[in-house]
Design a protein around this ligand. Structure first.
Ligand SMILES: [Zn+2]
Length: 368
């Protein structure tokens, strides 16, 4: 069932059955190509790691931990992340600590590695509760992802401080985070200001508020996120040089591309008219492979990513269930992970989660 409660509640049955993509994880393509003039190359056999011969196993759901399960399966399936957690789990003395999320994650990964039977996650969930993360209450998968990453990074820092600096240098611990640069230009005096921000994912809107139409694809929404915005009136910036709030041009760019890039689709919001949380079912398509590019001051930087994991939410803003489609690298076959169930999946299964092409945007009363 779910941390967004049970969707089988009859009151919500009619509106909650449509599966909608909610969180996307992209993995850098096997052959990285930052130069747009170079054609895409297929990975050679040497680039690939051996295929797993056995099927994958599921995770128990003893209550409402489906959001934990989709994240655990996604993290486990990322080869580089699994390697990092396995290394940390082996070398540290975390075993003695009941509240080590990193060690509990290592244990889950170890059990998933055995591929024998459904893996129990009660101890991991209990450990989250020790950190005041109670999955029995409604929790968005994004919120959980950020909390989990924060706790694990803090533990990694502690471990790194206790080992030799030489060893620390070779540890790449964060494959998700990236830096954005927010570039602001005053339209009066042309003063420029740049602010850096560390991010774990890119929040994407489903619709364009300027013309009240859906973006319809992650490429268009991504382009809008990194395009120039004019800030004026109540959004105007105070310019130190002009000494008043002026019209400002603002643009955000990625300082570099991470190995794994996550997108949050902003399907949950609050309607001031309806006075309640709402879920937006607008269509948002995404390809299996995409080129992500950044344009800034005439320069263009780009990277090619393979879609890796699609976390789907079925239900309303209050009740529902999470499951995931995750690709097995390097064969790139899709698998369906729904708590204890793991089966092979096809691209057609995933396309169902794009959402409705019928415009469902609730107007400017909806805050996201
Ligand atoms: Zn100015």
């Amino acid at each position: 069932m779910s941390n967004r409660r049970n969707i089988h509640n009859n009151m919500f049955q009619d509106t909650s059955q449509t599966p909608l993509c909610n969180h996307l994880t992209l993995h850098e393509a096997f052959v990285r190509n930052r130069n747009s003039s170079q054609p895409w190359k297929k990975p050679s056999q040497q680039d690939s790691t051996p295929a797993l011969k056995d099927e994958f196993v599921g995770l128990t759901n003893t209550g409402l931990n489906c959001s934990v399960n989709v994240l655990l399966q996604t993290l486990y399936m990322i080869p580089e992340y699994k390697d990092i957690i396995m290394r940390y789990g082996r070398k540290s003395n975390l075993k003695e600590m009941d509240n080590s999320v990193l060690y509990k994650l290592y244990q889950v990964f170890q059990n998933l590695n055995s591929k024998k039977e459904v893996v129990r996650v009660e101890e991991f969930v209990q450990c989250l509760k020790l950190h005041h993360i109670n999955v029995e209450f409604q929790m968005d998968v994004e919120e959980l992802f950020r909390s989990l990453m924060h706790m694990i990074q803090e533990e990694q820092k502690c471990i790194n401080r206790s080992v030799s600096p030489a060893e620390t240098e070779v540890e790449e611990t964060n494959i998700f985070s990236f830096t954005t640069e927010e570039h602001t230009v005053c339209s009066e005096c042309e003063s420029e200001f740049t602010q850096k921000e560390e991010m774990l994912n890119i929040p994407l809107s489903l619709h364009n508020p300027a013309c009240d139409t859906p973006y319809e694809s992650i490429e268009k929404s991504f382009e809008a996120f990194f395009s120039y915005h004019q800030l004026d009136q109540e959004n105007a910036f105070y310019c130190d040089k002009c000494e008043w709030k002026t019209k400002t041009k603002q643009q955000c760019r990625m300082a570099y591309f991470p190995k794994v890039l996550c997108f949050q689709l902003k399907r949950f919001g609050y309607s001031t008219n309806l006075r309640k949380s709402v879920k937006i079912s607008d269509s948002m398509t995404f390809p299996e492979r995409c080129k992500i590019s950044n344009k800034h001051r005439g320069q263009e930087d780009e990277s090619i990513y393979d879609l890796f994991s699609v976390i789907v939410h079925r239900g309303t803003a209050y009740f529902g269930h999470y499951y995931a489609y995750i690709r097995h690298l390097p064969e790139r076959e899709w698998y369906y992970f729904n708590d204890e169930i793991v089966t092979k999946a096809s691209w057609k299964d995933i396309e169902i989660s794009f959402g409705s092409s019928k415009h469902s945007y609730l107007g400017d009363d909806c805050s996201l």
